[in-house]
Write a protein that binds this ligand. Structure first.
Ligand code: SF4
Ligand code: SF4
Length: 300
């Protein structure tokens, strides 16, 4: 990240904290709900199968930039399957760069070639070791690892959603991430119980055990892209939400924090650790501010 961008983000943070403003800095554009997988925990894939038009996506990106967003995520469905004529994800990433976004990230299931250039962080979903991952996401583990091994110059962060099926795989997956030369970091989230997926939630004791493990991994120097001090706040469910500095746009509809914000009662059971982290960051939690600086400078 360029120094001037870092300074701008720091100034944004200071202004947000001092003046308690609600301006967004982090935006996610959903390109499609089309996905080549049908994961057990997923509530958003293949509802319409529509690939949103490039024209509208570019308008949404420009609107976000004008609002002040500088950190951009492309998501699906599966972001790599998105097409509009001859336009694909590479085209959108290039446009995001032209517009001036400081950080451009992609979230992917990793089953297609990871060949998009100029992405700051490629978040690749892996939900455990081979057996458990395949149970949740279909027979895809080997394909994903092959794509990671073949990827050149990508900053890959493994993205694990912890649930009832895979919570015993936290440490083994962290080891895989640490020992693979093409993976830079691993980021954990907990399952958010969308309707029909409640059975995948962990009990409070199980969550506590997972948090203990993740904290242990951080202490041992594993490349964990989560903030130590926010894990207890998550566990105690003691953090302010929604995070107003994060927005999501899907097909012209704008959500604050996440698309999930409109589902009654879901935010109370939110498992997205990034929401906890950003929310505490912009409320001026000093420890979180230092941890963000340290972690982002290491992994972005
Ligand atoms: S890859 Fe993502 S969008 Fe596709 S089914 Fe799995 S969780 Fe859902
Ligand atoms: S707090 Fe934010 S990320 Fe969590 S469920 Fe609510 S809207 Fe989604």
């Amino acid at each position: 990240m360029k120094l001037k961008h870092l300074l701008h983000l720091a100034a944004f943070g200071i202004k947000t904290i001092l003046f308690k403003t609600d301006n967004p800095i982090l935006g996610t554009v959903i390109l499609t709900d089309d996905c080549n997988l049908n994961c057990k925990h997923c509530a958003v894939n293949n509802i319409t199968g529509v690939h949103y038009s490039c024209e509208n996506i570019l308008k949404e990106m420009a609107g976000m930039y004008a609002e002040g967003v500088r950190i951009l995520f492309f998501c699906g469905g599966e972001a790599f399957v998105w097409r509009d004529g001859d336009k694909d994800l590479s085209y959108l990433v290039g446009k995001a760069r032209e517009m001036g976004f400081y950080i451009v990230n992609v979230v992917t299931n990793g089953t297609l070639e990871l060949n998009v250039k100029d992405v700051d962080i490629m978040f690749v979903s892996i939900d455990g070791q081979r057996e458990i991952h395949n149970l949740i996401r279909g027979d895809t583990f080997d394909t994903i690892m092959k794509n990671i091994d073949a990827s050149k110059g990508q900053n890959i962060c493994v993205y694990m959603a912890i649930n009832r099926l895979n919570f015993k795989d936290i440490e083994p997956l962290a080891r895989i991430a640490r020992d693979n030369g093409n993976i830079k970091s691993i980021s954990f989230n907990f399952h958010t119980p969308y309707e029909g997926t409640e059975w995948l939630s962990l009990s409070q004791d199980e969550k506590a055990e997972c948090v203990k493990q993740i904290k242990g991994l951080i202490k041992q120097g594993y490349p964990v892209f989560n903030l130590y001090s926010t894990l207890d706040r998550f566990l105690e469910n003691r953090w302010p939400r929604p995070c107003r500095q994060c927005i999501v746009i899907e097909n012209g509809i704008r959500y604050i924090c996440g698309r999930c914000s409109e589902i009654p009662g879901l935010c109370d059971r939110c498992g997205y650790l990034f929401a906890v982290e950003f929310s505490l960051l912009f409320r001026g939690n000093i420890r979180v501010i230092f941890e963000v600086l340290r972690t982002y400078l290491k992994f972005v």
